[in-house]
Ligand binder design. Structure first.
Ligand SMILES: *Cc1c(COP(=O)(O)O)cnc(C)c1O
Length: 403
């Protein structure tokens, strides 16, 4: 039975609160606005732009040679596909469980997504990957969806055997590691997001990293560098650009100076954010695992994850009951997203909602997994008491709706 509403605890905070901007970023943004220099390239003046400095710092953070800044991660992924030579009509392997801008980037490049099944733990299914890798795709666009890293040694081995280029979508894995090695250092190209709900909050923004001279020069030219690419912050030698500068279109996907200004001071905070999120995640995962019907997506031993969100499945309840549980949790301040709704809401669209992908594909395993999959953001400053209240509310509502 439901307790009377006045006896119920509620969570008194918003789980979707974004990360605040450090004072250094605010000051820099104001300084830039006062100067009017909002565009990353200057025609005459020599000083490095904030975007160029962000590129330099980002490449150093990842330990990769080159970084190119974009207006979004979706743009960076689109350009990554262009740089590895994806042509209209080509097939691109991609996780069946990913975020809408990922198939969007494939569509933007005129290519066809070939979805790979997702296992219960939100990771790509390696067996399905292995069999689909033999189907003629030249690229695997590997989305570490919601920060779940697959066995990257196995993924790299499958790609190498099949002669497939690996592009990593690291929107949720900035700072995460597989067996001690940073996510974003496995792919020929890796793309990161600075959108508000990722690990660096600049509102919008994307960064592409690579060690390859030719890819880096092409990416910078595609981003829309005019003939000012010498001002980029982490670029190959100027002679590399000579090979491409007349053949690559300017797609005007540049990053704004204000974006870089608010993002750059956050790079220094990343390590401590990662530790704090891991603590919050582990606490919440322990509490949720104690609830009978709840199964938190399991992590692999080699994973050092950034726990900025948590995924769990509610077992044994029918979809209608799950819906009622989550609606009731929402009324008590615990906002939980669910991938099983008939009508996708917010960020939860799934492959079935992407009707522009015309090829019929069978993703029954992914669909079964998504039917029960819940997803909750974890604020960086979540405390023990709040974590306890969240678990209590979920537990009470499951009990109230399973009868
Ligand atoms: C957010 C996100 C993106 C896209 O990032 P934008 O910067 O918003 O374009 C891509 N992939 C995943 C998995 C994401 O979560």
């Amino acid at each position: 039975m439901n307790k009377p509403a006045d006896k119920q605890v509620s969570l008194r905070r918003d789980l979707s609160d974004p990360l605040p901007i450090p004072d250094a970023g605010i000051d820099k943004a104001i300084e830039i606005m006062r100067s009017g220099r909002l565009f990353r390239y200057g025609e005459f003046s020599g000083g490095a732009s904030e975007v160029a400095l962000l590129e330099r710092d980002f490449a150093a953070l990842l330990g990769r040679r080159y970084a190119a800044a974009f207006n979004s991660c979706g743009s960076a992924i689109f350009v990554a596909l262009k740089c590895v030579g994806i042509q209209p009509g080509d097939s691109v392997l991609v996780n069946g469980f990913t975020l809408a801008p990922v198939p969007g980037a494939i569509e933007h490049a005129g290519a066809k997504p070939v979805f790979v099944e997702c296992a219960d733990e939100c990771r790509i299914d390696l067996q399905d990957l292995e069999s689909k890798a033999a189907g003629g795709a030249r690229v695997l666009l590997m989305s570490h969806m919601r920060g779940h890293l697959a066995d990257m040694d196995a993924v790299v081995a499958i790609c190498e055997r099949a002669g497939i280029v690996l592009v990593e979508d690291c929107a949720h894995t900035l700072g995460a590691r597989w067996n001690g090695r940073l996510s974003g250092t496995f792919g020929s190209i890796s793309c990161f997001s600075l959108q508000s709900f990722k690990h660096i909050n600049a509102g919008e923004g994307g960064v592409l990293v690579t060690d390859d001279d030719d890819i880096a020069a092409q990416a910078i030219l595609y981003s829309g560098s005019y003939m000012l690419y010498a001002q980029n912050g982490a670029r190959p030698d100027l002679e590399v650009f000579e090979r491409y500068k007349r053949d690559i279109p300017n797609l005007s996907l540049r990053m704004h100076e204000l974006t870089a200004a608010v993002a750059r001071p956050q790079l220094d905070l990343l390590a401590s954010r990662v530790r704090q999120w891991a603590r919050n995640y582990d606490l919440l995962a322990r509490l949720l695992d104690e609830i009978n019907e709840v199964q938190v997506a399991q992590r692999l031993r080699g994973e050092d994850y950034v726990g900025s969100s948590i995924q769990f499945r509610i077992l044994s309840l029918a979809p209608g009951q799950i819906c009622n549980v989550l609606d009731a949790c929402g009324k008590r301040g615990v906002d939980i997203k669910w991938f099983g709704r008939n009508e996708a809401q917010g960020f939860t669209s799934t492959w079935r909602d992407w009707r522009y992908v015309c090829d019929p594909q069978d993703l029954s395993q992914t669909t079964r997994m998504l039917e029960r999959l819940c997803d909750m953001r974890i604020p960086i400053d979540l405390d023990r008491e709040e974590a306890g209240i969240i678990a209590q509310i979920i537990s009470e509502e499951i009990a109230a709706h399973s009868a």
